[in-house]
Design a protein around this ligand. Structure first.
Ligand code: ZN
Length: 144
């Protein structure tokens, strides 16, 4: 799902949160984190050495055709750490103790739910690992 779509949907939810009494600081943390979670996609940029805007746009364009050609290789190894179940379980637990981390966690989880719904509604394949443990396990299994 595109960043702008995440922002628009997050903004609409923010208006609702404001109406039911949440403060602007908490809502801002929620909205920012629901967009900035995608900073973990920079990992792809570094791995593929796509250090110019053109290369990043090309990389983005190539992901799905590349996946269709080689469904068993490269892009199946994509993992975005902030989008993993394990990271979000730990973040949600720390959110019990700290207000800022709580709203970051809510923003992250909201973003991931939007991503999953987007994949389901568009029928696009999920070509990334959603679990860090499953990703590590796949590396181990491939070596055997
Ligand atoms: Zn995302």
């Amino acid at each position: 799902m595109k960043l702008l779509s995440h922002f628009i949907i997050g903004f609409i939810l923010s208006i609702f949160l404001f109406k039911i009494g949440y403060g602007t600081t908490n809502i801002s943390i929620f909205l920012l984190s629901s967009v900035l979670i995608d900073l973990d996609h920079l990992q792809m940029v570094v791995v593929n050495k796509a250090f110019t805007i053109d290369k990043i746009l090309q990389l983005n364009k190539d992901i799905y055709p590349e996946y269709k050609q080689h469904p068993d290789t490269a892009y199946l190894n994509v993992i975005y750490i902030f989008h993993t179940i394990e990271f979000n379980v730990v973040l949600a637990m720390t959110g019990i103790l700290n207000n800022i981390l709580f709203f970051i966690s809510v923003g992250f989880i909201f973003h991931i739910i939007c991503d999953v719904l987007y994949f389901l509604l568009t029928g696009m394949p999920v070509i990334r690992w959603l679990s860090f443990v499953a990703w590590i396990n796949s590396k181990r299994v491939n070596k055997e």
